[in-house]
Design a protein around this ligand. Structure first.
Ligand SMILES: NC(=O)c1ccc[n+]([C@@H]2O[C@H](COP(=O)([O-])OP(=O)(O)OC[C@H]3O[C@@H](n4cnc5c(N)ncnc54)[C@H](O)[C@@H]3O)[C@@H](O)[C@H]2O)c1
Length: 409
């Protein structure tokens, strides 16, 4: 059986997924919808060139693609501010189908606020098909392997781990909408701490135990605008993206950290420490995971993929991201990744959701988990704003908007 996938969004992330699908069996790309026909055509062309979607084509709308019987499942990778309208179109399209979709995957973060995330989940509940929350770090092979070994040997003999640390820091995202807080919903915290908080929680959770075996009790966080509101960098953003991106008037956070206190179902206290940044400039990204327990530790540095290259000052080439994602230089000693889509977990993630949807099994990470991640992100923003620890059960979080009103385009 083959799962025929339609993508919504044709940008950076969809192109990563399309590359990852070269390592995934039993699926093909059949459709793409994007903001422009040209970008959808370009992603369809990539799927054809890579042999993962020989009949891939651009559709005119999300509703049309969802309703089309040639599509079995959707991978939604559209900008954060378009979550609700896209989900509404998916609902309209699904109501025109004779057979239901086999599943819908949606990229992190589930939405911009907890209120929106609950709305996304409620529309999905109405559609009534299995959902997947796309958090690739839970399938990154080095993290998966280190977690497995640590729990099997260290935790088994000396007791469960108690502290997980995760960091994802780079020099800033690649499209204008990320930098407009009313569209993205926030800055580095919303964009990247969703990865780190979920990965750290998962590292601390005993393999095979349910998510509910750890309860988050309080969140304390700090956010800062360290670099991108400086006049030189305000202007740089305007030069790149136009006057709509103005961090002198509408800055978001370009650095964030959070500590979450967790309680196990047998009463032990655990901690996660996470950081995210859009102002980290170095050779590649700072992307690390640590898990510590009574007699052991594990550490994964995603930027060390086992290969690096050196270019002398005589080698002057065009700026690009052909060595690693978010690369900052083309000279000197630079890390390279042999296979980024696999290394970051996209291939494993897509393989998992393809097989879950084909077999009709409920995925282990779905929209309700995306809602829980969003609850912690809102608690982190509220903690930073009010300078106090916040319990994720605070009812105000359901209407909390870190930067005031959000905008639907
Ligand atoms: N898992 C990860 O590590 C990871 C990495 C990057 C992005 N993401 C997530 O993926 C999503 C997309 O990010 P990106 O980096 O690809 O952004 P991008 O700006 O590179 O691409 C966005 C794409 O969506 C299209 N688009 C805009 N409005 C649309 C609409 N209403 N309907 C359909 N398509 C629309 C654009 O034309 C573009 O092709 C975001 O939610 C982001 O958080 C996840």
């Amino acid at each position: 059986m083959t799962l025929r996938i339609g993508f919504v969004g044709a940008g950076f992330n969809t192109r990563f997924h399309i590359q990852a699908l070269t390592e995934v069996r039993d699926c093909e790309v059949v459709g793409i919808v994007s903001h422009t026909k040209a970008s959808a055509d370009s992603a369809a062309k990539l799927a054809k060139e890579l042999g993962v979607g020989l009949s891939a084509r651009a559709f005119d709308s999300v509703e049309e693609m969802t309703a089309d019987p040639s599509v079995d499942a959707l991978w939604l990778s559209n900008p954060n501010h378009t979550r609700i309208p896209v989900m509404e179109e998916v609902l309209a399209g699904s109501q025109r189908r004779e057979t239901p979709l086999k599943g819908i995957c949606l990229e992190k973060p589930l939405a911009r606020t907890l209120q929106e995330a609950l709305q996304v989940k409620s529309i999905a509940d109405e559609i009534g098909v299995p959902t997947g929350y796309l958090e690739n770090m839970l399938w990154a092979p080095s993290v998966v392997r280190a977690r497995e070994v640590l729990w099997r040997r260290g935790a088994k003999l000396s007791g469960r781990p108690y502290l997980a640390r995760a960091a994802e820091e780079h020099a800033g995202p690649h499209s204008a909408w990320f930098w407009q807080r009313e569209l993205a919903g926030g800055g580095s915290l919303l964009d990247m701490m969703c990865h780190s908080i979920e990965a750290a929680r998962w590292l601390l959770t005993e393999p095979g135990a349910p998510r509910s075996s750890l309860t988050p009790e309080k969140v304390s966080a700090t956010v800062g605008t360290l670099k991108w509101d400086r006049p030189h960098y305000v202007q740089e953003l305007k030069n790149r993206y136009g006057d709509a991106v103005d961090w002198s008037k509408n800055p978001a956070d370009d650095f964030s950290r959070a500590t979450v206190h967790w309680r196990t179902d047998d009463g032990q206290e655990l901690l996660t420490e996470t950081t995210s940044s859009w102002c980290f400039v170095s050779a590649g990204i700072r992307h690390t995971f640590e898990l510590l327990g009574p007699e052991y530790a594990m550490e994964v540095n995603m930027a060390q993929c086992g290969a690096s290259v050196f270019f002398s000052r005589e080698v002057t080439g065009e700026a690009g991201e052909d060595l690693v994602e978010k690369q900052n230089a083309e000279q000197g000693l630079m890390p390279i990744s042999p296979n980024e889509p696999a290394h970051y977990g996209y291939a494993g993630e897509d393989r998992y959701f393809v097989q879950s949807f084909l077999s009709g099994t409920k995925p282990k990470l779905d929209f309700s988990d995306g809602v829980e991640v969003m609850r912690l992100l809102m608690a982190a923003y509220k903690s930073a704003a009010e300078d106090r620890a916040i319990a994720p059960t605070e009812p105000e979080l359901e209407t909390y908007m870190p930067f005031g009103e959000v905008r639907l385009d």
